[in-house]
Design a protein around this ligand. Structure first.
Ligand code: ADP
Length: 274
């Protein structure tokens, strides 16, 4: 720190009377600056991430034009154009999803959300990829289990976990999507027998746009946004998301969310006053 950046407690000490207020203002400004830095970073990342597939589509289109007398090359370039434009589509969809999520507070108008129905819809969204690669997705949820929050957001979060489990798993393996309840939380666990995550990377996978060495992936598919969306949904619902993983063996992600008081089993009894 140079002289232009006094430590925060010094700023508070020079105004003993209003020290609480000054401290609050300084903390507010620090927070604002941090939010602004995150926003700038996000915009820079988004621009970079969007430019890559757009540039690729353009180059491939030029290549198709140049290869008009070579039908095999045309087919190959066209296939890659489809992959890149699909990636672009997913990226745009996830960026829109993320900004919509950030604008809404799910607990402003909380609803009781049926967990079995969330799992059903989430698994449905990955059914085509799972079937194409012969991956069995098993769901287990006690009937009547409910969480508090926003159904669409919870479904997006679980669907992202299921999509990853399928995406990073070998042909013919299984994925288990199971919900169980504690007193006041519901834990949705998604377990796969996939490629796993190297121990050194686990701390970073929830960051926006972070992807573990894309070279080890089956295809270029992902965007690196899926888990940051899950983390955001967990945080705004007052829950959390955790991961256990062994490289080469598989991973389990658990999403914990607040359980609705009316859920299946009787709600915990209120404290008894004598
Ligand atoms: P992506 O769109 O790349 O899947 P995510 O944010 O969903 O982005 O995940 C970040 C990274 O974490 C992925 O690129 C992948 O390397 C790793 N990852 C996520 N889920 C799994 C999983 N179930 N098995 C192995 N690796 C995973």
């Amino acid at each position: 720190r140079g002289p232009g950046h006094p430590p925060r407690h010094v700023t508070a000490r020079v105004a003993p009377l209003g020290s609480q207020l000054v401290l609050a203002l300084v903390e507010d400004r620090t927070r604002e600056r941090r939010i602004e830095a995150v926003r700038r970073d996000f915009v820079a990342n988004v621009s970079h991430e969007l430019k890559t597939p757009v540039g690729a589509v353009r180059l491939l289109a030029e290549a198709v034009g140049d290869a008009s007398d070579d039908p095999e090359a045309v087919e190959r370039f066209a296939g890659r154009m489809i992959t890149e434009s699909e990636r672009l589509g997913t990226l745009v969809q996830q960026i829109i999803e993320l900004s919509r999520l950030q604008a809404d507070d799910p607990l402003e108008e909380p609803a009781d959300v049926d967990v079995a129905s969330v799992l059903h819809h989430a698994v449905d969204q990955t059914a085509i990829e799972a079937r194409a690669r012969d991956i069995t997705v098993v769901t287990q949820a006690e009937p009547g289990l409910q969480v508090v929050g926003n159904e669409e957001q919870v479904t997006v979060a679980v669907a992202n976990l299921v999509a990853n489990a399928v995406h990073y798993s070998p042909r013919g393996s299984s994925v288990l999507v199971a919900a169980r309840a504690d007193d006041d939380t519901v834990e949705v666990g998604v377990t796969d027998q996939g490629i796993g995550i190297p121990a050194g990377e686990i701390d970073r996978i929830f960051e926006r746009f972070y992807r573990v060495d894309p070279a080890r992936h089956r295809s270029t598919g992902g965007t690196g946004l899926g888990l940051s969306i899950v983390k955001h949904v967990a945080a705004t619902h007052g829950g959390d998301v955790r991961v256990w993983s062994v490289e080469g063996e598989g991973s389990t992600f658990t999403l914990s969310l607040p359980r609705a008081a009316t859920a299946g089993a009787p709600a915990p009894a209120p404290p008894h006053h004598v």
